[in-house]
Design a protein around this ligand. Structure first.
Ligand code: SF4
Length: 408
């Protein structure tokens, strides 16, 4: 894969050395077991895959280069470039201003834009409506578009489905920038509807099966369907795509469920189901797949707790948290600052959407075992910070450099 230039502050020589070693030993990426960092009185199991993905590095490289190459110019970002508070704060510190918040609420009016301004499009992409708004203001975005190619792949997939007269069902978070962008593009070509989870897929299935009157669809799916959506005619042929960072098992379950709904409704078999259900594989990106598979493997370790590092609004990171929460006490933190002491940790609760303090999170035992990973938008330097913080709590720990030597 292409190598990108990202600011040195995001890198960690320690983590880079581990990743390099694992890559050398597993060139075909078949080995998903975690790396054991055996510090002696503390054991940390580091996931096989985590940290900056292709799309994030690409976006960061473009953003920082844009700053460097355009002194004196006004530079804006449509919204957060990626879902990591540290990276966004760094860009703001370099003078970049945000036009919208992460939900699309305006922070600065587009009316204020001048033709010589630069507007960066984030890695999630943006909607056709916003692209047009920028063009109408005379802003050229092509050079400063950081949309990830794996997001564009989803757009291409939905366009292909639309061409074959299928309605596009998008499994994604309706308010997420990427899903809004994907929906806008799908809706330009075909009827489209977003389902956020299996509960909504089940509701959609009721309309497909005719078990629910079409009139209630518009309230049930408010803000999630394309204009002129006709429940009777637009749910006869469907295909499923997804936001690139959803939970693989959720997308698979939803696609299987909707396929079976079609089979039941039209009395089909696997051989002729394609007349009503497009044969699509999930559109998760490679980083989502690798990181989730690495977590599944890491969870086979008999550990005491898991620490997941990343932005609290990061979709891919929150799914790693969900996977770990099913198995053991899990703490979702944005940086090592949240590890307040060996007794207390300040962490994000996905249900209440707030930070909370938990006491006695480290087990009172001889050698605690910690699982550690991060999302695709988290700098490796933050993971190293977390490791260093834990090592400080165990003064007799081996040095990181000794560990690297023992890894060969
Ligand atoms: S998580 Fe996947 S789709 Fe999103 S930026 Fe990274 S590589 Fe691209």
């Amino acid at each position: 894969m292409k190598q990108f230039e990202v600011p040195i502050i995001y890198l960690s020589p320690f983590i880079s050395a581990i990743k390099k070693k694992r890559k050398e030993l597993d060139k075909m990426k078949r080995e998903f077991a975690p790396t054991l960092l055996d510090f002696g009185p503390l054991q940390i199991y580091l996931a096989r895959h985590f940290g900056f993905c292709y799309g994030v590095e690409n976006a960061i490289e473009i953003a920082f280069k844009t700053v460097e190459e355009n002194p004196g110019k006004r530079i804006f970002l449509l919204s957060e470039i990626i879902h990591n508070p540290h990276v966004n704060a760094d860009l703001q510190a370099h003078g970049i201003k945000f036009l919208q918040d992460t939900y699309g609420n305006p922070l600065i009016s587009f009316e204020e834009l001048r033709t010589d301004d630069i507007v960066l499009i984030p890695a999630f992409g943006t909607t056709l409506a916003i692209e047009k708004k920028l063009k109408d203001r005379g802003i050229q975005t092509e050079k400063y578009n950081t949309t990830c190619p794996f997001v564009e792949k989803v757009w291409n997939r939905s366009a292909a489905i639309a061409k074959q007269n299928y309605t596009v069902v998008i499994h994604g978070k309706p308010k997420h920038e990427e899903t809004r962008a994907t929906f806008s593009r799908a809706a330009a070509n075909s009827p489209s509807v977003i389902v956020k989870d299996m509960d909504q897929a089940k509701e959609l299935a009721k309309y497909i099966a005719g078990a629910k009157h079409s009139s209630s669809f518009y309230a049930d799916f408010e803000g999630q369907y394309s204009s002129d959506f006709d429940v009777t005619s637009d749910l006869q042929r469907i295909g499923v795509v997804n936001q690139t960072t959803m939970l693989a098992s959720d997308t698979q379950a939803i696609a299987d469920f909707l396929k079976q709904t079609m089979i039941n409704k039209y009395k089909l078999t696997e051989e002729n189901v394609e007349g009503h259900f497009a044969d699509t594989r999930d559109t998760l990106c490679y980083a989502t797949n690798d990181n989730q598979t690495a977590v599944a493997n890491m969870l086979q370790t008999n550990a005491d707790l898991a620490i997941i590092v990343g932005g609290y609004n990061s979709s891919n990171t929150s799914h790693l948290v969900e996977l770990c929460e099913q198995k053991l006490p899990t703490y979702f933190i944005s940086s090592d600052d949240k590890i307040l002491s060996a007794r207390e940790i300040l962490h994000y609760n996905l249900q209440t959407k707030q930070e909370m303090v938990t006491s006695n999170y480290l087990p009172d035992k001889q050698i605690p075992r910690i699982l550690l990973t991060s999302g695709a938008s988290c700098p490796d330097a933050l993971i190293e910070g977390v490791i260093n913080k834990f090592v400080e709590f165990f003064p007799s720990s081996k040095k990181a450099s000794d560990l690297l030597q023992n890894m060969g």
